[in-house]
Design a protein around this ligand. Structure first.
Ligand code: SF4
Ligand code: SF4
Ligand code: FES
Length: 490
């Protein structure tokens, strides 16, 4: 454990710790562009220069290992002058794009210029080296080479994280630029992390570009429900609209997000979002839709069935379990067995659903059939009506077709409704209502409302509660927690 002194404060650090990381442990921030905690050290931007006693020149803190007795200054006049010089150098050929650059407001060049430079450029604008401007690369990104400071984070991400190595630095000196390798396409499933990693506005997201100035955005914690990994993320929103999802790095699950997970916010504001009920393809108000669904459930008596869903929260599955109890049917199931584990060595899970473990918690408390038994009863004609969530209904596809059983589903969007569904009831998405999910590691994660649901659209447990009031199975739930309490009593 070498003992190192930084700005007159001493700390013991594990062997192999860099000066930059040792400073971080002491709460001393050293500016950086090329350093990233999850990428290899390249030490090329020089922004992290510090003064080390007995060293003849300033050293890069990111690539210098802390050594016993080392004395470091991060705030000397020499260091401050070096930071100004590095910024002048990085800005020499940088375009005057800030007013039209999507990175403005969260740009490493803007921030460090204000913190460490504020010097006037001595370089004539007409002598700037011009490089290629905006160019779409891959389905999600735009590259503006003129804004690039050649930190190589994007290149290292593609070679070290996705291991797809699509990018490289071409040419030499001030004519260097980032480019796609010949024959490669930038579509590795994780490309939007590059827009986050790029410290300047060289890589920007095609989806987010010019939608909002970042200083208008508010931030809220969110959980990705795109698969069983359950990545933690942050939703950036304004005026009841989500504009982008970015990672909320954590030690347990994720530093990055996959591109598909990033786009999951779109369904909440999609044009086919349901705010009314659907009976046999026709839209009708929610109340008559609920009454119709309740009549059909009552009519089916003990041949009615409830299938929970690994796409629903623990609370909403618990409400469905209570409804099954109220309906006095033995045909209910909260058992979903998917193979789990990271499928691609990065994040994407083999299990496409976010909450099979949460459904299993409901099954443990309320019992019910296992999935094979449920399927056998459906295929054997013992079940005449199934109430479930739209994606869970997809698991019954063939059996539903063969049995001719009536299907009533809960869905967020019209595009989710399975063919042949008799009735569909809308519910609030998990960007609009709280819910508990349990990921493949058994970690409990809670979604919190970021935006409001469309007018009249309620959380699923409330829709279930209303459905119960219209049928003979009144539950009288006042909150999602009531559904959980109901489980506890069983
Ligand atoms: S494009 Fe961005 S991330 Fe890539 S080298 Fe340039 S500045 Fe760094
Ligand atoms: S890996 Fe799964 S949970 Fe993580 S961002 Fe992608 S879809 Fe979402
Ligand atoms: S952060 Fe150290 S050289 Fe770039």
């Amino acid at each position: 454990m070498p003992k190192i002194t930084i700005d007159a404060r001493t700390i013991d650090v594990p062997k192999g710790t860099s000066v930059l990381e040792a400073a971080q442990l002491l709460g001393v921030y050293i500016p950086r562009y090329c350093y990233h905690p999850r990428l290899s050290v390249s030490g090329n931007c020089r922004m992290c220069l510090v003064e080390v006693e007995k060293a003849p020149k300033l050293l890069t803190a990111c690539s210098t290992e802390a050594a016993e007795g080392m004395v470091v200054r991060t705030d000397s006049e020499k260091v401050k002058a070096a930071r100004r010089d590095v910024l002048e150098f990085l800005l020499i050929n940088h375009p005057l794009d800030c007013p039209i650059c999507d990175q403005a407001g969260e740009c490493g060049l803007q921030d460090y210029y204000m913190d460490y430079s504020r010097a006037k450029s001595r370089f004539p604008a007409e002598d700037k080296v011009l490089r290629q401007k905006r160019r779409a690369l891959g389905p999600h990104l735009v590259l503006d080479n003129e804004r690039c400071i050649l930190c190589t984070r994007c290149v290292r991400f593609c070679s070290e994280v996705t291991k797809t190595s699509e990018l490289e630095v071409m040419e030499r000196g001030d004519h260097s630029f980032i480019d796609l390798k010949e024959g490669k396409a930038l579509d590795n499933g994780y490309t939007l992390n590059i827009a986050d990693l790029c410290p300047v506005g060289a890589w920007t997201s095609r989806d987010f570009r010019f939608k909002q100035r970042v200083w208008f955005l508010k931030k809220a914690p969110a959980v990705c429900l795109g698969c069983a990994t359950g990545c933690l993320m942050e939703a950036h929103y304004n005026d009841n609209t989500i504009y982008r999802l970015v990672p909320r790095p954590n030690a347990e699950t994720n530093t990055w997000l996959c591109d598909r997970g990033r786009m999951t916010y779109k369904a909440a504001a999609a044009g086919d979002r349901l705010s009314k009920g659907v009976i046999k393809n026709g839209l009708i108000d929610l109340e008559p839709a609920l009454r119709e669904a309740a009549t059909r459930i009552d009519e089916a008596k003990d041949a009615a069935a409830v299938l929970g869903s690994p796409w629903l929260s623990v609370e909403d599955n618990a409400a469905l379990a209570l409804l099954a109890g109220g309906m006095k049917t033995e045909n209910y199931c909260f058992d979903f067995k998917f193979e789990t584990g990271i499928a691609d060595g990065i994040l994407v899970n083999k299990d496409p659903s976010p909450n099979a473990a949460g459904a299993a918690r409901v099954k443990a408390a309320s019992g019910g059939l296992n999935f094979e038994e449920f399927l056998a009863r459906l295929s054997g004609g013992k079940i005449k009506l199934v109430l479930t969530e739209a994606r869970a209904a997809g698991l019954l596809k063939d059996a539903l077709k063969a049995s001719g059983a009536r299907l009533i589903v809960f869905a967020n969007n019209r595009g989710e409704i399975p063919a042949g569904a008799y009735a569909t009831l809308p519910y609030a998405s998990y960007f609009e209502t709280p819910g508990t999910f349990i990921n493949y590691q058994g970690l409990e994660r809670r979604t919190e409302p970021v935006v409001q649901a469309p007018e009249g659209v309620k959380p699923l447990w409330q829709v279930v509660n209303k459905l119960s009031a219209y049928s003979g199975a009144s539950l009288r739930l006042d909150s999602a927690e009531d559904a959980l309490k109901g489980l506890d009593k069983k």
